[in-house]
Design a protein around this ligand. Sequence first.
Ligand code: SAM
Length: 236
Amino acid sequence: MEVVKEFSKFANEYEKHNIIQTAVVKKLCERLDKVFYKNILDIGAGTGGVYEELHHKNIKFSNFVALDFSQKMLDIHHSDCNIKKLCLDFNQKNFSSVFKVHEFDLLISSSALQWSHDLSQVLQELSLLSHNFLFSFFTANTFKTLHQCVNIESPILSTELIIEALNKFFNYDLELVEYQLKFDSVRDMLHYIKKSGVGGGVKQLSYKQMKMLMMEYKLDYLEFEVLFVKVKSKKK
Ligand SMILES: C[S@@+](CC[C@H](N)C(=O)[O-])C[C@H]1O[C@@H](n2cnc3c(N)ncnc32)[C@H](O)[C@@H]1O
């Protein structure tokens, strides 16, 4: 598995809070090999990162389903007569029963499935809905040094657990990418984490832990690790 490092510059302005997710969506969509899809399902669609990138790449579709458990995020997502917004929790068992088997010719999910409570269960349900899948996952190595500094465990899945779950259902190509985002201060980093939606357990830090971070975090950047997955075929 190839590990690629990518670097982004300063991100201490509020409007840049989703800079990494945007870079991730862009990189994920580079793997799309068609200019038209009939039916697309976007899992954890949020405010529309995937839709925006398809639009940017001039990739067309007949129907696009944006699934997210946050109605507030979906409200911001671009609306159109061929876009259906579905407020659903992918951690709920049988959430996929609202769809038909192989209903979608593309099932895509960017920066969302690392929040799966039982990834095998979620992937098993998703595997029924398409033959064509693209996924990106933030891994537990996101904010690794920061977590070590305050001695907390990442609340998101490790690369190993993600791969273990993928292996049950898919044959695929993988790429592991490390991103670094530079900041002027630890305070700016914490502010970014609060606004970014990446979370990573840092939002719940006590005042004492925050103080410790301010004193002891030696890097001038935050670390992110993202696993990109293009499914080649389903396991029989
Ligand atoms: C980091 S955002 C990514 C949004 C978008 N895919 C992008 O790349 O711009 C993760 C999204 O996943 C959604 N999400 C997290 N857990 C979810 C769940 N259990 N069911 C449905 N959506 C979920 C969040 O509400 C959020 O909109």
